[in-house]
Design a binder for this molecule. Sequence first.
Ligand SMILES: Nc1ncnc2c1ncn2[C@@H]1O[C@H](COP(=O)(O)OP(=O)(O)O)[C@@H](O)[C@H]1O
Ligand SMILES: [Mg+2]
Length: 159
Amino acid sequence: MELKVEKISKVFHSNGNINTVLKEVSFTIREGQFVTLLGPSGCGKTTLLTIIAGFQKASGGRILLNDQVVQKPGSDRGFVFQDYALFPWMTVRENILFPMKQKGVPKKEREERMEELLAMARLEGVERLYPSQLSGGMKQRAAFIRALAGRPAGSAVDG
Ligand SMILES: Nc1ncnc2c1ncn2[C@@H]1O[C@H](COP(=O)(O)OP(=O)(O)O)[C@@H](O)[C@H]1O
Ligand SMILES: [Mg+2]
């Protein structure tokens, strides 16, 4: 796997102001690398991650995943949102099964993968609770394993 960020720029236009948040940012992440974006609040970390995820468009430049241009969100890129974004109407188990259902993983395999992830995150016993019934750390771990559930090639954690 290889992720290339090529000269990504992002300009926001809001109430007559032009705000250049990203200016030709380039780097490459290779298979197995663990990379952290560091910078002061408001410098554009989340903006860059959401462009890589395909949730918003860059003003310039492009993102390549294995030499393919990223145009939209895809199950090849996992994403843990800053506010976790667990679906509040679904229990922990339903949240974790969701990306696998989207991907068409067979039922037996989904259940096995879920058990494995619940054990890894030490969330056995709370899988039938809703996100609002969990502690902060449990919510965070549930969001992590939901991002891993669909076996993306790479994952990003915002925050
Ligand atoms: N949708 C938007 N419209 C206008 N400005 C935005 C939008 N999203 C982010 N910004 C601005 O872009 C800058 C970078 O934000 P962000 O990427 O969230 O920073 P951080 O590095 O803290 O994650 C901030 O000044 C923020 O106000
Ligand atoms: Mg941020």
